[in-house]
Every structure is written in C-alpha cells, then in structure tokens.
Design a protein around this ligand. Structure first.
Ligand code: UT7
Length: 332
C-alpha cells in the first residue's frame, strides 16, 4: 500500500473590509507613509470592526470558504486546529467556538500558540493526524485579531499588524503530494523581546496592568528583526539541503509577512528571484498566524499540481521554521 501523505486540498481566507492606511496612521502617531513603506513594505492593513466580533468570526468565514469551494459539509470535518495568539477568550479554545459557529459538530479541536509560526506548527501537527490514517479531514486555520492587542499610540507596533484569517483543508493523498518535511524550532529565551506582559497567570489582569498598558504587544524590534532574518533563512536553507533541493527546484516561497526586508533576506539565502516570492504584506500587514495561509489564498489560482513550495516563518516565542509542500491540485 502506498504511503499516506497529508495534502492541502483547498484554501480559504477572510479579511475584514476596513482598511487602515498609512495616511490614517500618520494622523494617529508620529510616523510617515515613507518610513512605513521603506522599513516594512506595508501600505495598509485590514481591521475587524464591530461589536462582538472576534478571531473566531474570521476563522469561521475562512473555513466556510473552504467548505463551499471543496463542496463539503462542516459535519465532515474531523478536527480543527486554530493557530492564534488572540483567542476570543483565554478559555475555552477558539477552535471550539469556531466549530460551534460553523456547525462542525463531529470535529474536535484545539488552539495552538506559536505566534507567527503557528500555521507551520499547525500544518505539521495536522499532517501527522492525517498520516496516522485515523482522520480524513483536518482543518488548520491561522487567525488573529491583532487590533485587539495593539496600542494605537505606539508607533513602533501599530504600523505593523492587521487582522485576518486563512485556512487549509488537509486530506490523505497517495501520490506523494502534500506536507513533505518541516524544520520547526522554538526558543523561550526570545520572550524578552516580543510578548504581552499581563493577562496570563504570571501577571493576572488588574487595574494596575491596564493602566500600565500591559495588555498590548511589547516588541523590541531590532533583536526580533536580527533573529528573524537568521532563523527564517536558516530554516528554509536547511530544509532544502535536507531534501536535496536547490532554489531552482522551488516554484514558490511563501514567507511570513512581517517585514519585506526579512522576506528578501530569506529569498536571497535560498536563491529565489522576487517573482517566485509571495508578497501581500503591502495590503494586509502582519496578520500573525494568518499571513501564510492568506498568501496561499491569494495565489491559489496560480499554484500548479506538483509545484514544490517552501513555507517559512519566524515569530514570538521565539518560534520559527520552514515546511516543504508538494502542491496537490490545479484550481478550477
Ligand atoms: O511577526 C513577528 C515577528 N516580528 C518581526 O519580525 C518584526 C521584526 N522587526 C522589524 O520588522 C523592525 O525592527 C521594525 C519594523 C519593528 C522597526 O524597524 P527598524 O528599522 O528596526 O527600526 P528601529 O526600531 O531601529 O528604529 C529606527 C528609528 C528609531 O528612531 P531613532 O531612535 O533612530 O531616533 C525609532 O524610534 O525609527 C524610529 N521609528 C519610527 N519612525 C517613524 C520606529 N517606529 C517608527 C515609525 N515611524 N512608525
């Protein structure tokens, strides 16, 4: 019997309508469109507006998009892995809330916290479930409502982040398509440079933590930037080496969209020209766990069966890694 691999068989996405442009940010903090564009590549980001709307609502839309495209009922989904750092609540898991919202009554699910690498960690975990032969349809959704934890008076972070959700469906494949290999890493000492100070068990929420603005993202940009350039590029390079591939064998690099300069460094390291690099940071900013599936969503029509693609990410934790995917279908 041929070996079972976990193939991506559909991609879904959702971005909110509201566009927060660089021009709007110029009016909110001491920044310029020119600074943001040259230092990050971002021109606008989407923000989820509306009372009572949360990460689960965007994740639910992305999964409904998949069900429609693939012609499946939510009841057929076996498991939902939700990668997020902005869960609706500390508990229960956003995955459970999503399953309830879409009617995935036969699925179990859980949240996965690996910040910007969450989608890679989720896809690798989900692939293991499919390869075990026990599960037929696993959804991996990366969703973040970053606007819920951004301080819009802090120019060093508010220019970067946006909201969105992207999802893939994993199903068994016997032609060798799908998730081929992953190199995944984490290093908790990186927490010093990128974290949220309060709201966890270390520092529960209080009037003091709210007053001190400790429920927002804290980022020391430079050390994160340096570690990201090295981590993402090394992981992508080592992944190709381990699989006896060079940049010439790769159809697409799908990088986490945190900063165009980090993306360029990763592409250079594995020898990929700009036309083989998915880049939508200018439109969505950094949507944390959603960046990679949102790229797949935007480029789905251009992907061809058999394309070798490299997904690469770096984020809070620190967490980082790269995943090799052999694309399983032509869009029609
Ligand atoms: O996705 C999760 C992982 N996160 C990342 O990968 C992000 C990694 N870091 C970065 O992308 C970059 O470090 C940032 C985009 C966050 C910052 O860019 P940078 O080129 O590293 O700038 P910097 O922090 O070294 O700051 C340079 C200057 C500073 O002013 P002084 O001290 O030189 O006078 C900042 O205060 O730029 C200033 N600055 C700004 N100026 C205008 C910082 N933010 C802004 C801003 N507008 N929005």
């Amino acid at each position: 019997m041929s070996k079972i691999t976990a193939s991506i068989t559909s991609v879904g996405g959702y971005v909110p309508e509201f566009r927060l442009t660089n021009a709007m940010l110029e009016k909110m903090v001491d920044t310029t469109d020119e600074w943001i564009k040259t230092r990050t590549g971002i021109e606008e980001r989407r923000i989820l507006k509306g009372e009572g709307l949360a990460t689960s609502d965007m994740a639910a839309e992305a999964i409904k998009d998949i069900c429609k495209k693939r012609g499946i009922s939510p009841e057929e989904i076996d498991c939902v892995i939700c990668a997020t750092v902005t869960p609706d609540m500390v508990f229960p898991a956003t995955a459970n809330i999503v399953c309830d919202k879409i009617g995935a009554v036969n699925a179990w699910g859980f949240d996965l916290s690996a910040a910007c690498s969450g989608f890679l960690f989720g896809v690798t975990t989900g692939a293991g479930l499919i390869e075990s032969g026990k599960y037929k349809k696993v959804i991996v959704v990366g969703a973040d409502k970053m606007s819920a934890i951004v301080d819009y008076s802090d120019r060093t972070t508010c220019i970067i982040f946006g909201d969105g959700a992207g999802a893939v469906l994993l199903e068994a494949n016997t032609e060798g398509n799908g998730i081929i290999d992953s190199i995944l890493k984490s290093d908790g000492s990186g927490k010093a440079y990128l974290h949220m100070k309060a709201g966890g068990s270390l520092k529960p929420s209080s009037i003091e933590t709210v007053t001190a603005k400790e429920h927002y993202i804290f980022q020391d940009g430079q050390p994160v930037f340096k570690a990201a350039v090295k981590g993402m590029a090394d992981a992508a390079y080592d992944l190709l080496q381990r699989n006896n591939l060079t940049g010439d064998d790769i159809a697409w690099l799908v990088p986490h969209q945190a900063n165009k300069r980090i993306i360029d460094a990763t592409a250079n390291r594995i020898g990929l020209p700009a036309e083989k690099v998915m880049l939508n940071i200018q439109r969505y900013g950094n949507t944390t766990a959603a960046t990679i599936p949102l790229c797949l969503w935007d480029w789905e029509k251009q992907l061809k069966k058999g394309d070798m693609i490299v997904l690469a990410a770096f984020g809070g934790g620190f967490t980082w890694g790269a995943t090799l995917v052999k694309w399983g279908y032509n869009f029609n």
